[in-house]
Design a protein around this ligand. Sequence first.
Ligand code: ADP
Length: 636
Amino acid sequence: MEKISSLKRRFLIPLGAVYALTILVSFAALARIADDIIIALGTNLAENQALYNRSRTLQPLLQEVAMARKLADSPTLKEWAANEGNAVLAGKALAELESYRRFFRDSSWFFIVDSSRHYYFNDAAGSYGGNELRYTLDPDKPKDSWYFATLKNEADYALNVNPDVHLGVTKVWINVLVRDKGRVIGLAGTGIDLSTFIKEVVGVDSDKTINILVTADGAIQAHPDSERIDFASLTKDTSARKTLFSLIDTDLDRQAFRDALARLAGDPRFHAETLVMSVEGRRYLAGLTHLPEIGWFNVSLIDADTVLHQGQIITIALTMVVALGVVLLATALLLRRLVLGRIAQLVTATRAIGHENGTVPEIPDGEADEIGHLGESFREMAATIRNHTHTLESEVEARTSDLRRSNAELEQFAYAVSHDLRQPLRMISGYLSLLERRMGPSLDGELKSFLGFAVDGARRLDQLIIDLLEYARVGRDAPEPAPVALDDIVADTVRGFAPQAQEAKAFFDVAQGFPVIMADPLQVRRLFDNLIGNALKYRSPERSPVIEIGWKDDGGTLVLWVKDNGIGIDPADHERAFGIFQRLVPPAQCEGSGIGLAVCRKIVEHMGGRIWIDSQPGEGSTFFVALAGDRAGKGG
Ligand code: ADP
């Protein structure tokens, strides 16, 4: 699995990097486009705002201006101005002024007769009815200088934002020259309360926009923040004025602003100008319109940062990140489903071929893609392996059964030969015995011993054949394994050797609690018979035999042993001792055919076990028999 997951890592890490890069590039692009969008949106907004403000500003003002001009054009007023002392004319003129008062927005009027510099006024409450002459203007008093400046200006009418110290109100005054045949004979007009004015025109529409009204030199006439308003612009000297120019941050922006104002003033077709400029450290989109009727300009400033909220950009960015995250996740899942999972299946299957003994696992059917083809090839390969394994197994099986058959034939042959040999041998023995009996008394010493050798030879040959028959018979026609109580077998065998043991003064040390095993009891008896017999037979002439018969459970394997203190066997001869007719001692020393241990080995191997010797010459021998656990029953 670790290879697969590393493949996944190797695939997903660069993919993730590509996605991250995509996000970065998109961000950069978005940031660029966002700025363009902000400027486009903001510019539009500023332009519309400026146009809207223009009409909003002009509508009430123009109405007031028109009415003030109409008033200044009144023949009644002109007549009275020319002859101020005439009480009849004065009555008519004042009555006319009063009738206008009701139509002016501020419900007030003023009228100045230039020849006397008398200032007539009545307010919204009509407080000065009958007492309209308020005071006389004095060219030496600064508070009256506005009047003389207005006259000098010679414009038909002028608007002036002015705090009136006498009346305690701040008004936008609409001043209209009263002319008689071109000659200025007075000034008439009205005022609008500045607070109302600001509220209506520059009042905050939204927190995004700042609406400002400026004169052609940039003096601020209206601003949401009244602190910024340049009161009495007309009378101040230019350097003391509060201008929008002084609020603009750079010379470049100031110049652009000045140029825009000039373009608007010079060409009535220019309805609106837009600029991007920095004011008091903030970036604004500015919409500019000209109000030629009052000689002012409207400036609408929109904070560039508020056009598109930071939050909106973050939302867009987050959406992008989430979308790409989803793509990455989907890719990972698809990769796992379509590639890695299936490869992992193949890997598991491939490993199983190596590990499980010969069984080849099934590869599930795949789709008709590259991995599907891989699986297909793998399936074919697995099938081939399966076939080969099968063929190999059946060949081994066939050869094994051939071998078994030829072994059986060989044993059959040996058995038959041994059996058939005994027939003529018995005849020889019989006739030799007959000869010995009939002629024995008459034969001299030498012939008699010759005859004795022949009889003995025949007897030994018979014994050899019997032993050979016994060897051949091991495993033939063996009954089904049955429970064999080793305790009983060992005790019986030891008892059977009682005469020899007595004669040799032997001592047996037999362990207790031998387990019950599954075997052929006759064979087991023969095994112990041979081993115990040998232990007695090959005893040391120097000591009386001590024979130990024991067992142990060696991790599930039953180990039995027969240990003696006899003559011992040279390690070089340990293997040879198990061969047929192999004897390690000269025939004169001990009787025997050299077949006992060969029979033992054949019996043990027939039981699926192993037999071996641990011995040194002169130090006794131990014969070990190990039987697989499944042969051994419970101990006790
Ligand atoms: P036999 O006893 O008929 O000669 P075996 O096959 O039983 O034949 O033994 C083979 C040979 O192994 C014996 O001739 C003997 O030399 C040696 N041998 C067997 N058992 C022992 C033993 N317990 N101690 C020493 N030598 C032994």
